[in-house]
Design a protein around this ligand. Structure first.
Ligand code: COD
Length: 162
């Protein structure tokens, strides 16, 4: 039996905080599916295709990680793919309220359990939204992102100011 789990998110773009959780999850399970939420009502800096391509490149070395996307409810995706576990990173108590609510709802809805991993303290303040904001105003975010992602982020922000 293959032990599988999903790491879901927006990944706009993937940060070192996401990668920390994905790599640790990859050590615990046979296969990790990183699932990008397709949310048409939320504006994003990178398209779903771009986010998938970045994730694929930066997780390539793990061997047991693949990247996919989903629409709608995460538990429906889990059910269709027979994935019994969601892995989430917890940055701070502020994440906990909402994450606990989702975890209980997802278990109630479909029996899908959630595993919480404490974020590496190095990344406990890290969020894609903050990275984008800091980079927009010229701040240095190079230590928070994989090199390739950092490069694409600067390119994208540059394109936007043209
Ligand atoms: N360190 C460690 N982990 C981190 C860090 C960090 N610095 N930053 C993010 N993470 C982890 C967290 O576990 C987070 O949940 C995940 O990475 C993804 O983060 P984001 O910001 O890319 O994505 P979110 O928070 O926008 O993703 C939310 C989901 C898409 C998972 C959620 O909204 C969802 O499941 N939506 C589908 C609809 C649904 O099923 N709704 C019902 C829920 S009950």
């Amino acid at each position: 039996i293959v032990r599988r789990a999903v790491c879901p998110g927006s990944f706009d773009p993937v940060t070192n905080g996401h990668l920390d959780i994905i790599s640790r999850a990859a050590d615990l399970y046979d296969e990790i599916v990183v699932a990008v939420l397709v949310n048409k009502s939320k504006s994003s800096l990178f398209t779903v295709e771009e986010r998938i391509s970045l994730l694929t490149e930066v997780t390539q070395s793990y061997g047991n990680v693949r990247v996919d996307y989903f629409h709608g409810l995460l538990v429906e995706y889990c059910r269709a793919r027979q994935i019994p576990v969601i892995v989430k990173g917890l940055r701070a108590v502020s994440d906990f309220d909402y994450e606990l609510q989702m975890a209980q709802m997802n278990r109630g809805l479909a029996g899908v359990d959630t595993l919480f991993m404490p974020t590496n303290p190095e990344y406990s303040f890290l969020a894609s939204s903050l990275v984008k904001e800091i980079a927009t105003y010229g701040g240095d975010v190079s230590s928070l992102l994989p090199e390739l992602v950092h490069k694409r982020l600067l390119e994208r922000l540059e394109e936007q100011t043209r």
